[in-house]
Ligand binder design. Structure first.
Ligand SMILES: Nc1ncnc2c1ncn2[C@@H]1O[C@H](COP(=O)(O)OP(=O)(O)OP(=O)(O)O)[C@@H](O)[C@H]1O
Length: 548
């Protein structure tokens, strides 16, 4: 899957676009955050006024009033903080659920062609951890940015009322901490953030690869090599994580240092202004306290830039998946009729730059059994995939009767064609449900009838719970031939007028093969069957042979 190069701002805008339905909650969170943070700042400022009052330098409010207001502010701060966080998390988890739906819909749209050969580990890390990390963006990024801007403007005005020069000093430091440090920091760490997410996906792919190939690894003594390969990937991930942590430390140290310097600068400038008689001496203390105590939101913004690289890299991977264009678009309004001969007319097709079929012509007559022979890799399975419209031809046409395949409604095509692939995948469910995925409303009798035709009924009855046996309980103990026969039972149950079978009997003994072939022959009266096989015995039943 191709990831588009986008800058952080573009990614943020796209992620923000998704928040529209929950805008009310977001504004509420920002409002509560602003009031909460200002209240927290004013607790310290009021403390400053309290000190001045005790020293006899301030007399507009009594110390009791100041103390009472501080307590009220503290309670308000607690309530608002809780409500703000609740609001942000409500938005984040609602959005994560909706993004997950969109990602699954997108995978459905892209399957099978775009997902063919795609590294599944990477997809898994997008679906799980990348989406999960977007929580940071929705719950801990958007409102802090807005809160930092609003509270900083408010504090600049407050300090500016004491003296405009002090307002400008405050503005300079807010900009330094809330804008310049995060921008520089995220610029340094952007590539690293993307690199970290990509390496994480690669590690997932490797782990999956090793788990699937466990037997081959043991058989050919590849354990050490594979282990060292995994260790290398883990080490490189750790290296990137360390570098990101280093950037984070630099950011933290520089922010703390600037806050300290801001306090000193404010004290110096306000002290100078007090010395010049421009402001009262006590106001110098208030301006300094206001400056130091108001850095919470801007400092949080600065700290955000560490995670922002990670978050935006995740956002980019999720958005790339959502925006990916499928190779074949489903036809939702087309023809329903798939009856008639299946005709390939000048069919030409290639994967990327590799031509597999070149001007291929054939007619598969209706209600006949057709065999396809050809050396390995010549394109037999590819032809079946084209007939299923998993891919589209580059030139020439494929038609079912009078209808060209891409004018046929995709759901009709799927309903009218049963396709047994070389690998039958069994889901973690009962044997019955595994067969019933071909026809969800099938009765037990229909399932048994299909299983008998596929010569798997007796085997199923020999299992501890028969048709109710859970496949995962059997683990790997189902043989290749048993899996294949379950796949064939699905095709019989599907009750479609067309059946494509790709090497259906490659793992099946001749006795069971005989039963299946006999069942297929019985079906041919009203079915078009296309069989790909290297086995002479299987080809014995075909009416028409195509040599590719
Ligand atoms: N998704 C894909 N992307 C790129 N190349 C592919 C893809 N699928 C198959 N191929 C290539 O296309 C060619 C035809 O593959 P195909 O599976 O159709 O052959 P086949 O005749 O069915 O082989 P076999 O008899 O071994 O099953 C092969 O060279 C294969 O490597």
């Amino acid at each position: 899957m191709q990831q588009k190069k986008k800058n952080g701002f573009q990614i943020m805008l796209e992620l923000l676009g998704m928040i529209r339905p929950l805008m009310g909650f977001m504004l509420l969170a920002i409002l509560m955050g602003c009031i909460g943070n200002l209240v927290a700042t004013f607790i310290t400022i009021l403390g400053g006024y309290g000190l001045l009052s005790v020293a006899g330098l301030y007399n507009k409010l009594t110390i009791t009033t100041i103390f009472t207001v501080i307590i009220i502010f503290a309670v308000i701060r607690g309530i608002l903080r809780y409500a703000e966080q609740a609001c942000n998390h409500y938005i984040a988890f609602k959005l994560l659920a909706s993004i997950r739906h969109k990602v699954f819909a997108s995978l459905r749209r892209l399957a099978p062609a775009k997902l063919d050969g795609n590294d599944k580990g990477n997809l898994i890390s997008i679906i799980t951890s990348d989406i999960e990390l977007l929580e940071v963006f929705y719950a801990h990024t958007i409102s802090p940015i807005a809160i930092a801007i609003i509270t900083s403007v408010f504090m600049c005005v407050f300090i500016g009322i004491i003296h405009p020069v002090l307002g400008v000093v405050a503005l300079v430091f807010y900009l330094l901490i809330g804008f310049i440090v995060p921008v520089l920091n995220s610029r340094r760490g952007r590539e690293k953030g993307q690199e970290y997410r990509d390496s994480f996906g690669e590690l997932n792919t490797s782990v999956l690869d090793n788990l699937y190939g466990l037997e081959e690894i043991i058989q050919y003594g590849q354990q050490e090599k594979r282990q060292s390969c995994l260790a290398k990937k883990t080490e490189s991930l750790e290296k990137i994580a360390k570098e990101l942590k280093k950037e984070e430390s630099i950011q933290k140290i520089s922010t703390d240092w600037i806050i300290l310097f801001a306090g000193i600068a404010m004290l110096g400038v306000s002290g100078y202004l007090a010395g010049q008689g421009e402001i009262e001496g006590g106001m110098s203390l208030i301006a300094t306290v206001a400056m130091i105590s108001s850095f919470g939101p801007t400092a949080a913004l600065s700290a955000l830039s560490n995670n922002l690289n990670h978050t935006l890299a995740c956002g980019n991977r999720v958005l790339s998946l959502l925006n990916e264009e499928p190779i074949v678009l489903d036809n939702v309004t087309g023809e329903e009729d798939c009856s008639g001969d299946i005709i390939c007319d000048g069919t030409t097709f290639g994967y990327e730059n590799k031509v597999v079929l070149n001007n291929f012509n054939v007619t598969f007559k209706e209600n006949h059994i057709h065999g396809i022979l050809g050396k390995s890799g010549c394109g037999k399975s590819t032809l079946l995939k084209l007939l299923m419209r998993f891919y589209e031809t580059n030139k020439g046409t494929i038609s079912y009767g009078k209808n060209v395949v891409n004018t046929i409604k995709t759901s009709s095509l799927r309903k009218n064609v049963a396709y047994v692939t070389q690998e039958t995948y069994l889901f973690h469910d009962t044997i019955e449900n595994n067969i019933k995925i071909a026809k969800e409303d099938a009765t037990r009798e229909e399932v048994i009838e299909a299983a008998k035709k596929a010569s798997i009924h007796d085997f199923i009855l020999s299992l501890p719970s028969g048709y109710d046996t859970i496949v995962s309980e059997l683990g790997e103990s189902l043989s290749g031939g048993e899996r294949q026969r379950i796949g064939i039972a699905r095709a019989f149950l599907h009750k479609s007028s067309i059946i494509f079978l790709d090497e259906p009997t490659s793992n099946i003994d001749s006795l069971n093969e005989g039963i299946i072939l006999k069942s297929l022959e019985e079906e041919k009266e009203d079915k078009t069957i296309i069989l790909v096989s290297h086995r002479k015995s299987t080809m014995g039943i075909v009416d028409h042979m195509v040599n590719m």
